[in-house]
Design a protein around this ligand. Structure first.
Ligand SMILES: [Zn+2]
Length: 144
């Protein structure tokens, strides 16, 4: 069974909330490392005011829905977040947005499915803690 990823879980910055440990904790009722079950339904469903959105007049005034529609992306805040994700989680939101623009949302979601499928149960492996919240599988570090 393949994980099902949905467009409404793609945050304005290009983050796929379906692979976020907080979202997986919430949907599976499994505590994160901090020992608590998260209540996060995803950035878009929560209309979360993240620091990228707060720092961007186009997003906060709803002129744009996604940074993928922005001519000047990545802004300073976004570049900072992207750098942190590349270093810590081997993931880039900027690359995600490029894929969305090049292959469309369906193409991007299909790619995410390949990338984050749990080899053990077909669930979803979190980008943050490399853990499958369905079966408990933990991806071994591949070395960067
Ligand atoms: Zn699994």
């Amino acid at each position: 069974m393949d994980p099902k990823f949905a467009p409404d879980l793609i945050a304005p910055c290009g983050m796929n909330c379906a692979i976020c440990k907080n979202y997986l904790s919430y949907t599976h009722g499994v505590p994160t490392k901090r020992g608590k079950v998260s209540h996060c339904k995803g950035c878009v469903p929560r209309a979360k005011n993240c620091y990228i959105k707060r720092g961007c007049p186009k997003l906060s005034k709803h002129q744009l829905k996604s940074c993928s529609q922005c001519d000047t992306a990545p802004c300073k805040n976004f570049a900072h977040l992207d750098k942190r994700y590349r270093e810590r989680y081997s993931m880039s939101m900027v690359e995600n947005l490029k894929t969305i623009n090049a292959k469309g949302m369906d193409g991007f979601l299909a790619e995410q499915t390949q990338k984050y499928r749990c080899p053990s149960c077909g669930g979803v492996v979190s980008v943050h803690d490399k853990k499958c919240y369905t079966c408990g599988y933990i991806e071994k570090k591949t070395g960067v």
